[in-house]
Design a protein around this ligand. Sequence first.
Ligand code: NAP
Ligand code: ZN
Length: 335
Amino acid sequence: MSEIHGLAVHAAGAHLLPYKYDPGELQANEVEIKISHCGVCHSDVHLIDNDWGFSKFPFIPGHEIVGSVVAVGSGVVDRKIGDRVGVGWQADSCGVCEWCRQGDEHLCAKSQPTCVGRNGGYADRIRVNSRFAIPVPEVLESENVAPLLCAGITVYSPLRNHGVRPSSRVGVIGIGGLGHLGIQFAKAFGAEVTAFSTSKDKEAEARRLGAHHFLNTQDTGALKKVAGSFDFLLSTVSADQDWQGYVNALRPKGMLCVVGVPPSPMQIQAFSLLGAQRAISGSPSGSPRDLHEMLDVAARHGVKAITERFAMSKANDAVAKVKKNQVRYRAVLAN
Ligand code: NAP
Ligand code: ZN
């Protein structure tokens, strides 16, 4: 097989540079995908800057991938050449542990992230275990569906798995790549949805996407005014927040679920949890089972990412714009 060409980062915070690697022999369980689109998730930015301390340089970022299958390994029976598929945060898992056996492959201790210790989607092609190459429903456009493979599943899974329903009052905190999809999925679950944002100019779009209410978190006392109001709060923010204010905004039995990755530890008064039986949780991406389901739900309910397209060669411009919180709402690289 020929070399794979992409854009790699060689040191923390450095610019992406042209890079190629030899993928070796195609493994029996792998598919090779010709990439048409790849979203720029804020997690790529964290990895590029080595914010989490586990980036392995050099590497090609990118884990919101859509493309078509161009080669299948000898053991692959459920994908064929020409299939349009998507790949998210995860490229492989052990396949035999307790978690893999019960369909929670994203919790496998040997889970392999698509662009940590491997090369991701800012490239012309990629190879992954076929179980993590999820067929994309025909009605979804590749550019708008690419962000669903990470941002979409990351907000869909907690809404689904924590039982959000039509009677739920849901708040989505941070209206970026994840958040603007969180509003749409929360609406699809039938909930009453509030968008929490630092950007006043996002109000009209948030309401158009399905938010019933918009709360500008820069307003003095904004969180105090909604104390005791929400069953489920989903934080997609990559910065430190008034976590105590958000816990106080929960109703009894309410849950604050953190999917964004802020830099500092969170400090919460135990009393504010135990008195009203509130909970805090986290959620990583999602399982292949939830990915299949999420794409079906997106197709049926018209959930799609609002995108800004960049040529693959302009990936550095896209990353810079994400860092400045100027993208509305997901940058997508196109080959
Ligand atoms: P994004 O597109 O940059 O959006 C993040 C949003 O957070 C921004 O649009 C902004 O929304 C808000 N925000 C940014 N800085 C803020 C600040 N200083 N104070 C308050 N709000 C701020 O990022 P993303 O791709 O959605 O990713 C968000 C976070 O989720 C990142 O930390 C990423 O690593 C993480 N993530 C986690 C998973 C997982 O598996 N759990 C998966 C994907 C991403 P407003 O303008 O509306 O305030
Ligand atoms: Zn991501």
